[in-house]
Design a binder for this molecule. Structure first.
Ligand SMILES: Cc1ncc(C[n+]2csc(CCOP(=O)(O)OP(=O)(O)O)c2C)c(N)n1
Ligand SMILES: [Mg+2]
Length: 620
């Protein structure tokens, strides 16, 4: 057997470079390169291997968590057909990636994490940054990756790579099992040489399956659709990942079935498609939420049924409601007592379209859905053009970004009041034009995420919409965007704190306690003194961005036009009127209120809470 003598790190990089994927006859490399930060735990191992492989790009980031966000966003924008590898040192560099790993796994996005690990040989322990355990020498901080990874392994001997790597690739390319994959790499083993089989480094093409539905389940689904009167599709992220938008459009155009969208599924159909009713659930539109309330059949496609989607299990109130779930993951397909169609979304939709030829929803239901859509679009127009005197309302800022952006541009966001407002109001024109990370809703995802999305498709302008809170979590990656010549446009809403959690706190009787950026008052001893003044434009400028301030809607529109003409990351800071929010539309979200309290407001909120909870249902 021919072999090649290489270090474990060299073999690993050589292997990763040669992994390809294929779906629908299109083949390309799976890994775009490596993101990371070197320390003593990877510089001489993975770092050395990367240096001798200049054709496998290495991107230096500013925080390891950001590296994983970039990889996740890149994978999401690529419909999971490509991703990045993330390398870190041991200890803090490694644990910085745990938040990113959880985000990737929750959103079912493939990312490969290579945290450095403590010496396998142990004689020099404890090494710098090693956590010691009196009960086992086999415990380290990288064990924390286990619950947030879909596959986890530690490479104690160089030859273990040979059996670990196929499992890594199987997991990353699986439509049902993908998520973060962690290979913990002891720093001494990274540098150890071994005679690896030559065969390991040949080009390997992994087929991304389009799973066929089982005949009986499909038949049951067809029967359920034929016999119901008020069906509603819940389109989740799986529709986009499967590139099933055209098949979904064909299916609903033929049958007239209305479509509601989850955060991850938004944009599965363009906003002006006659059957699209917009967002569903806690941040849903009146159209989708009304239809969900009375639906007798819910067809969930590629959805996890998160609490925002189900309005904490209050969205579907028809006592007769049944579910059909189309999902490549058995785990999701069986949720809410559904008829499980364990299959790829595109394949299942095409087969359903054929099996239901000639079937259409009733005229009365069709008229009802059409009227709801007209009313909803009028509501969006109203919120986009409030003509608020003085500072703009957040919905007007969204309207301005939408009007300034082009048909293929991407709107990206993750946390704060932005996801809820965008879920309702953004009018997605093309698939992947709406990039929302709402599985983990992780503050700080936005800027690194936008870099990942932009690298995935440089032909699309990427607009980031974020708040002052989330900006302060990870502004540093602006520097990475400048370093890489990757332009993004960041619209930063300065409302001096957490509009989202502040409003939530007030609605729960807690008066916004601890949710605005104020100095500690010498009088009260609390955080209710003067506002903490931050010059966000100066901050962004110091990191290398072009920065603009907009005090009015007109200035914002001007700044958005200027941003289009620049080739550098641009930050537009806009102060909004925090008193004008986007309302909720007949929905709810379960956030538990204190059962006993000394505060009247909290006791009143608890009464409201107990009443609202009565609508929570089991779907068994
Ligand atoms: C990492 C992280 N920490 C905490 C939270 C909880 N959280 C959700 S929104 C939010 C406030 C966001 O503030 P900002 O970005 O200013 O947006 P705004 O609420 O003002 O719209 C917080 C703290 C979170 N989602 N992620
Ligand atoms: Mg804010």
């Amino acid at each position: 057997m021919a072999t090649r003598r290489m270090t474990m790190a060299q073999a690993l990089i050589a292997y990763l470079k040669n992994q390809y994927v294929e779906r629908d006859g299109r083949e390309h490399a799976f890994f775009a390169g490596v993101l990371g930060i070197f320390g003593h735990g990877n510089v001489a191992g993975i770092g050395q291997a990367l240096q001798q492989n200049p054709d496998f790009p290495y991107i230096l980031v500013r925080n390891e968590q950001a590296a994983v966000h970039m990889a996740s966003a890149y994978a999401k924008a690529s419909n999971r057909l490509r991703t990045f590898v993330c390398t870190s040192s041991i200890g803090p560099g490694a644990t910085n990636m745990i938040t990113g790993a959880a985000l990737a796994t929750i959103n079912r996005l493939p990312v490969l994490l290579l945290p450095g690990d403590i010496f396998a040989r142990r004689n020099v322990a404890p090494v710098l940054q090693q956590i010691e355990s009196p009960s086992s020498q086999d415990t380290g901080v990288n064990d924390c990756f286990k619950p947030v990874s879909r596959y986890w392994d530690r490479i104690y001997r160089p030859e273990q790579l040979i059996t670990a790597l196929p499992e890594v690739m199987r997991t990353l390319t699986s439509p049902s099992d993908c998520g973060a994959v962690t290979l913990a790499l002891p720093q001494d083993v990274q540098a150890e040489a071994y005679d690896y089989p030559e065969e390991m480094f040949r080009k390997r093409v992994w087929l991304i399956r389009r799973g066929q539905p089982d005949e009986l389940s499909l038949h049951r689904a067809v029967e359920a659709i034929r016999s119901c009167r008020r069906p509603l599709i819940v389109a989740g992220g799986g529709v986009l990942m499967s590139e099933a938008s055209e098949s979904l459009a064909a299916f609903v155009s033929a049958t007239g079935i209305p479509v509601a969208e989850t955060q991850a599924g938004k944009g599965a159909l363009p906003w002006d498609h006659p059957q699209i009713m917009g967002a569903i659930g806690a941040t849903g539109t009146l159209a989708s939420n009304r239809l969900a309330h009375n639906a007798d059949l819910v067809i969930g496609i590629g959805t996890r049924y998160a609490d925002f989607t189900t309005a904490s299990m209050t969205a579907f109130q028809n006592p007769q409601v049944r579910f059909v779930n189309i999902n490549p993951a058995e785990f999701d397909a069986y949720k809410v007592g559904a008829i499980p169609v364990v299959a790829d979304a595109r394949v299942a939709l095409q087969q359903l379209t054929a099996a239901l030829a000639g079937h259409h929803i009733g005229a009365e239901y069709a008229a009802e859905t059409a009227a709801l859509k007209v009313a909803w679009e009028a509501e969006v127009e109203r919120l986009f053009h409030l003509d608020n005197p003085g500072r703009p309302a957040q919905s007007e800022v969204i309207g301005a970004i939408w009007e300034a952006s082009g048909p293929r541009d991407v709107l990206l966001s993750a946390a704060g009041s932005h996801p809820g407002d965008l879920h309702k109001l953004w009018r997605t024109r093309t698939p992947n034009g709406y990039h929302m990370e709402y599985g983990y809703s992780c503050m700080g995802y936005e800027i690194p995420g936008a870099i990942g999305a932009k690298i995935a498709d440089p032909s699309r302008e990427v607009y980031v919409f974020l708040g002052d809170g989330t900006y302060q979590m990870m502004p540093n990656e602006i520097t990475t965007s400048v370093q890489e010549g990757v332009k993004i446009v960041i619209v930063l809403v300065d409302n001096h704190g957490f509009a989202s959690i502040g409003a939530l706190s007030r609605s729960l009787g807690s008066a916004g306690f601890g949710t605005s950026y104020r100095t500690r008052s010498k009088v009260s001893g609390q955080l209710d003194g003067d506002p903490v003044a931050v010059d966000f434009a100066a901050n962004a400028r110091s990191l290398g961005a072009h920065a603009l301030k907009a005090n009015t809607l007109a200035e914002l529109k001007q700044a958005l036009e200027t941003a289009k003409t620049l080739d550098r990351t641009t930050v537009i800071v806009v102060e909004t009127d925090p008193s004008i929010g986007v309302p909720g539309y007949e929905s709810w979200w379960d956030v538990a209120v204190a059962e006993v309290s000394e505060m009247d407001n909290v006791r009143e909120a608890r009464v409201r809470y107990e009443a609202a909870r009565k609508l929570e249902r089991h779907h068994l």
